[in-house]
Design a protein around this ligand. Structure first.
Ligand SMILES: NC(=O)c1ccc[n+]([C@@H]2O[C@H](COP(=O)([O-])OP(=O)(O)OC[C@H]3O[C@@H](n4cnc5c(N)ncnc54)[C@H](OP(=O)(O)O)[C@@H]3O)[C@@H](O)[C@H]2O)c1
Length: 249
């Protein structure tokens, strides 16, 4: 899909990968609607990219605030988007038993329920526009120890994308599986990134792959690309994947 002159909605645009995607799409001439929680950071990105900013907490439906959440975002959209990039997401690190029930709900709500509900509501317009959906999942969709709930939300998102791709052949659907990316994500999930290898990649590298995936109509984008080997082993030999993962982390 060509993005020039088309309306694109980017969630999670106030930080990290979402900001980098917004900048790339603006450079390609898209008309942007950006959403995030932090009004100041979101406004700064919107000013740099000539976008409309819509502040929304996509978990707010859980707290039943009618002025916020997915429905409020939908009401505030100025036009029918032809491209939707679902970037908003949070992680949580640590043993499953130590995760509070509220944190479990927050992860499922933001990482899975919000993109599902937004997609459900926007799908008729996307079909009419012959548009494109991007789901920023994670390589954790294959299953990462110490990130069980996060992994579950990202695997759920990947499965959802796979089904929508078949159900709505008029539109493109790209799932993105990044490895470690240098953004505030790790600080926010409660544990900084502490592996020596692989080194986190810049957010703009993920954004570049996302925009290329939209242009080419890619089904799945793994970035960095060598991580696709892990996805292949996971698909072909899940027991071997689990053993290797336990051994090498
Ligand atoms: N960084 C990585 O290593 C990595 C790897 C694989 C996948 N990912 C995925 O990439 C996506 C973007 O993450 P990132 O690395 O760019 O992290 P980030 O810099 O922390 O950005 C997360 C974005 O999500 C938004 N967000 C958080 N809670 C929200 C809520 N309740 N309602 C609405 N928006 C909310 C944030 O808004 P505010 O800042 O305004 O609160 C921010 O714009 C996420 O889905 C993440 O799971 C990241």
């Amino acid at each position: 899909m060509k993005v020039s002159g088309r309306t694109a909605l980017v969630t999670g645009a106030s930080s990290g990968i979402g900001t980098a995607v917004a900048q790339r799409l603006a450079g390609d001439g898209a008309r942007l609607v950006l959403t995030g929680r932090d009004p100041e950071r979101l406004q700064q990105v919107a000013e740099r990219t000539g976008a409309k900013a819509v502040v929304a907490d996509l978990t707010a439906d859980l707290t039943a605030d009618p002025a916020d959440g997915v429905d409020a975002l939908l009401d505030a959209l100025p036009a029918r988007p032809a491209l939707v990039v679902h970037c908003a997401g949070v992680g949580a690190a640590g043993p499953l038993e130590e995760l509070s029930p509220a944190r479990v709900d927050e992860l499922i709500d933001l990482n899975l329920r919000a993109p599902v509900q937004l997609t459900r509501a926007l799908l008729p317009g996307l079909r009419a526009e012959r548009g494109h959906l991007v789901f920023v999942a994670s390589i954790a969709a294959l299953g990462v120890a110490g990130e069980a709930v996060y992994s579950a939300t990202k695997a759920g998102l990947r499965g959802f994308a796979d089904a929508v791709r078949i159900e709505a052949p008029e539109i493109g659907v790209t799932t993105v599986l990044p490895g470690a990316v240098d953004t505030p994500y790790f600080g926010r999930r409660g544990r900084e990134y502490d592996r020596r290898f692989p080194r986190p990649i810049p957010a703009d590298r993920v954004a570049e792959e996302i925009v290329r995936g939209v242009r080419r109509g890619s089904v799945e984008v793994v970035v960095p690309r060598w991580l696709a080997l892990g996805a292949k082993v996971h698909g072909a030999a899940p027991a071997l994947f689990a053993r290797a993962s336990r051994r090498f982390g």
